[in-house]
Design a protein around this ligand. Sequence first.
Ligand SMILES: Nc1ncnc2c1ncn2[C@@H]1O[C@H](COP(=O)(O)OP(=O)(O)O)[C@@H](O)[C@H]1O
Ligand SMILES: [Mg+2]
Length: 325
Amino acid sequence: MKIPQSVLNLAFQGNIKNEFSGNSGKVYLVENNAAVPKYIAYKSCKELSEHSLELFKEEVLKWNSINSRYTVPIYYIHLICGEYYACMRACDGSLEDFLKKKISEVAAFNYSLQIIKGLIDLDRSSIKHHQDFNPQNILFEDLSRKWVGFPPGNIDSSHRYRMMISDFAMSNYYIKDQVAGKSGGKFPFKAPEQYKESEITNFSPDKFSLGVLLCLLFTSKHPCGHSASQVLKKNPKKLKTSWETWAKEGQRIIDISDSKLNDLILRLLSVEPLCRPSYEECIECIKKLYKDKYTNDFETSMFYIDYFDKQHMDWPREELKVRVN
Ligand SMILES: Nc1ncnc2c1ncn2[C@@H]1O[C@H](COP(=O)(O)OP(=O)(O)O)[C@@H](O)[C@H]1O
Ligand SMILES: [Mg+2]
């Protein structure tokens, strides 16, 4: 049954302000009528087959198992007319919004540090592979909307954004099924081993996608040579060959003057998953370069990261609550 919007508004006790549709889910951004926070978001299943409902339930449980400041917080499941709605923090947009404009180098450092922290946290929880790591699934919150006077005028305005990885629909699919479960990923971010016919036996696609993402953040270009806006379109600009050929044997064009960062991205884009560096190595390399180039911004960034991380440490996720009207 398709629940009418008027019924959803009643159940949410707010008004649906926006709707987003991805591959598997439907997301509602809701303005609360009386309660704080002012906005909240709900994700539900696009299809109502038994199979998709089962997958949605799995997604929610995987998501709730993560304890990280750099993933979108999930609050509870709302059961409305027999359908599940995952209630979560409302975000202000996705990394795609930033990548379509010019990103300053300080901002690229701030975003990438948080995003890699998120990947480390996923790995430390039960999410070994996200499998659909791309800018549409990296959301942000603008903290200046919450805290008056933040960030102070003397620091770069990009410090206002908290980055959060989201969308765990595809995650760990490989662990569940080592054949069908290799798939996933948007073409410009898809690792060689995610293609069906691939003979690569190891699996580490998020690192490859991170390589693409870092190249976009620091150069505004995809390592195939296309601009960020050309590859982030719904139907990305075609390559002379195919995305599969590019992933497996295409030239990596990375125009970064710092040779260590250049080399790090190149290694993340290795065809062989085992040749890709660890997230810890990525974060150390980026921190060092950030510190050398912009010491004050680096220290501000580390202050916020350490401060907020402390609030998360040692707090296991609670069992997910179900709310029934
Ligand atoms: N918490 C949120 N706040 C605001 N927008 C969101 C939120 N979660 C998702 N969205 C938007 O909805 C889109 C689809 O959500 P996503 O979880 O990625 O679903 P799918 O599995 O269908 O891709 C996202 O790309 C983003 O634009
Ligand atoms: Mg998505």
